[in-house]
Design a protein around this ligand. Sequence first.
Ligand code: ADE
Ligand code: ZN
Length: 344
Amino acid sequence: MENLSLENFIKGIPKAELHLHIEGTFEPELMFEIAERNNTKIDYSSVEELKSAYNFNNLQEFLNIYYTGAKVLQKEEDFYDLTWAYFLKAKEDNIIHTEIMFDPQTHTERGIPFDVVINGISKAQEKAKLELGITSKLIMSFLRHLDQNSAFEVYKNYEKHKEKIDAVGLDSSEVGNPPILFSQIFSKAKNDGLKITVHAGEEGPPEYVWQALDILNVHRIDHGNRSLEDVNLINRIAQQQIALTVCPLSNLKLKVVRDLKEHPLKKMLDLGIKVTVNSDDPAYFGGYINENFLATAKAINLTKEDIYKLIKNSFDASFVCDSHKKQMFERLEKYYSKTNFIYK
Ligand code: ADE
Ligand code: ZN
């Protein structure tokens, strides 16, 4: 048995990421580089000044900056470079499979063609599979601050790109924009055979999680933290083994939790919920998936078994076929049976 530091144990363990917004991986350095080559202006004069604006009191304060940053993306190669940079980071972190969300309306609303966005992302996905051995799925997310008609408008692109799109999602400003407002578009997507994952219970009440389950028929819930306020809801989630894709550093930066020591991840595990660890918008929240695991493990004393379970959950809750899941489980087992860590 090889004994590693906690950090190296986390670094080496093969893992999957299920909650990642590609626009949220836009590092300031790359943002400035792309802005310069496109001759567009950023409201900040330097990388440092931009980074110093990354202090958020809630989800909306973050979203305002996140949507502004995304405006720099204009050409297919911009979307390609953004996605490829994420895959290189994923490789360093030993991510073997990732399910990437993108927000088409953020781009189509400002006149960027849907094809430009999806073709750039999808070319990077293909290259990552060939050259880095990382598999991925693509989740087309609807912006809930826009209405259902707008979601239907963007969904018109699905038919042409159906090979590239595996699932649909719902994100952006949660409070005041409940899942029920999007029942028809998700019903259509379900009929088309797409998987469904929806942000709910990040800032919104347990009622929104109920709606996501009962009305949108989701396969997974993104975040879901506030489900813990409702015993019946949490029992339902545990019983049906609906995965919650939790994002600890995001929760800290958006003040969903005051301190990582108070993060409910361990409690969720103990309740038998299929919870996973993810990075959400790592360029804005101070860390990619390994930093999320490390900071949380230290804050709430995750055991080796907890980390194993969290990663097993991520493979299990992914949208890949059973034989692909089995391959990922085997890689995990191999590492787990040979490697230990010590808290220092
Ligand atoms: N879009 C990007 N990150 C998000 C989050 N954490 N919640 C809702 N919408 C988002
Ligand atoms: Zn998210």
